[in-house]
Design a protein around this ligand. Structure first.
Ligand code: TRP
Length: 457
């Protein structure tokens, strides 16, 4: 039962809403997924498709989540209980809570590596490294077994501590301070990378418009990426939406967050690829790019070590503010539905994430006990990722779109999204139309493709 006695917190202003929501969207996805995928799937052509996916799937689902949150001022399960009492709809919320845990299990592990790399760059570990020593340093980081667990614990202590401080004093204060810092640091990295000899090669990799690489797989990848990037499909935006100020223009918030998040991704690509090409390296994705190629190429430039500190600091900020939004879904749910304090909810959830998340961290080393356990070819880390990103998020997003598009009274949605102002009524109607038609169809297609029922080549 939600407690009606305590006054529920909200963010204090429109700026706070913007930075908190952007903090959720900007995460490791901008740094190790977006730039690489853009390069591989045809540069500018992929970017164009990505932007279309943001407009036709991302923003509609984000608005639907904002509606559910701000209208009910509840956590993700409580919100569905209020809007559709006594129905199965609350299980869309249950799936969201499940997805928040699963994503956190592996995300906190990678965030731990990022924190450790910040520490290592501060200590000067990357000065004068070679391809070989870059590999060894990465192996020492992820194989541990103690190192990755310790840093995962540090990550969860930081996230838990910020959440204990509350919505305004914790999430709002941290995101308002650190998001501008992140932006500044990324611009500094961009300036350095773009002034390297041969930088243009990297720019070309990122922006060269090549429609021949734009396969069906590329389009589905763009769709899935837009969804993960904008933190959709599991109630993050329901939870944050429940803290929005009353008069907040939800369209403007959704559009400016989507735009700024895409900008950060492009700026990350511009910091990474010119440097990679300038030193004659090959671009790669994921852990290899972030934890081996980047230290290697950055350490070769003048002021390289300072830049590495900047780069891993901005990556730590990105990962941390994204995790705040994931764990806040759990904290809001536990405080409101079980009437426990924020403090207890933050501590217990951080503990659960560390304990179960350590199975993700320990499964990375193939020669370890946990690393040798595989189901259908995937270990713990990969399963947490697969079930959340490929199943729960698109299915959750689909049901959220259907719920707001077909189950809710359209007048209520119209009033909430337009803040009852006739100026926004037309935009709201257009968005509701997209949400009812294009969005669910595209979401079903990504889902069927990602579980292998349909297979595009
Ligand atoms: N958007 C974040 C990133 O790009 C990750 C993230 C935070 C997320 N909250 C989420 C992803 C909710 C899916 C759902 O790294």
């Amino acid at each position: 039962m939600s407690s009606g006695l305590k006054k529920r917190e909200t963010f204090s202003s429109g700026i706070a809403v913007f930075f908190a929501t952007l903090g959720s969207a900007v995460g490791l996805g901008n740094i190790w997924k977006f730039p690489y995928l853009t390069g591989v799937f045809g540069g500018g052509a992929f970017l164009l498709v990505y932007v279309l996916c943001v407009i036709f799937v991302g923003i509609p689902v984000m608005l639907a989540e904002f509606f559910i949150g701000r209208n009910t001022r509840s956590n993700v399960i409580g919100a569905f209980k209020k809007l559709a009492p006594g129905t199965m709809w609350k299980h869309v919320g249950t799936m969201g809570v499940g997805a928040a845990y699963l994503i956190m299990f592996f995300y906190s592990c990678v965030a731990g590596w990022v924190y450790y790399y910040l520490f290592k760059s501060l200590r000067g570990d990357f000065v004068g490294i070679t391809t070989e020593s870059a590999k060894t340093q990465f192996a020492q980081t992820v194989i541990g077994p103690l190192t990755p667990i310790i840093w995962q614990i540090i990550v969860m202590v930081v996230v838990g501590a910020i959440l204990i401080m509350g919505v305004q004093k914790g999430i709002e204060r941290v995101t308002k301070t650190l998001m501008p810092v992140l932006f500044l640091l990324i611009v500094i990295c961009d300036i350095r990378a773009l002034t390297l000899p041969n930088a243009f090669e990297g720019v070309r990799f990122l922006f060269n418009v090549d429609f021949s690489k734009l396969s069906a797989v590329a389009i589905l990848t763009a769709l899935g990426l837009a969804f993960f990037k904008l933190s959709l499909g599991m109630g993050t935006m329901v939870t944050y939406g429940s803290y929005f100020t009353k008069g907040n223009n939800l369209f403007r918030t959704a559009a400016s967050v989507a735009f700024s998040d895409t900008l950060v991704s492009v700026l990350a690509g511009l910091a990474i690829f010119p440097a990679v090409f300038a030193f004659g390296m090959k671009p790669g994705a994921g852990p290899g790019l972030l934890f081996m190629t980047i230290p290697l190429v950055f350490s070769k430039m003048p002021f390289g070590n300072q830049l590495l500190v900047a780069f891993f600091f901005l990556s730590s900020i990105a990962a941390t503010t994204a995790m705040l939004s994931l764990v806040e879904v759990l904290v809001a749910y536990h405080t409101e539905e079980f009437n426990i304090s924020r403090r207890t909810a933050s501590i217990v959830n951080s503990l659960i994430i560390v304990v179960i998340g350590s199975t993700a961290a320990l499964s990375v080393d193939p020669s370890s006990l946990l690393g040798s356990i595989k189901f259908m070819g995937k270990g713990f880390f990969d399963w947490y990722d697969y079930i959340s990103s490929n199943i729960l998020l698109p299915v959750g997003g689909f049901f959220i779109a259907i719920f707001v598009g077909y189950i809710m009274k359209q007048k209520a949605v119209l009033d909430e999204l337009s803040n009852s102002s006739p100026k926004l009524a037309v935009a709201t109607k257009i968005y509701l139309f997209i949400l009812k038609t294009i969005t669910p169809v595209l979401l079903i297609i990504i889902f069927l493709n990602s579980i292998g029922v349909i297979n595009f080549k």
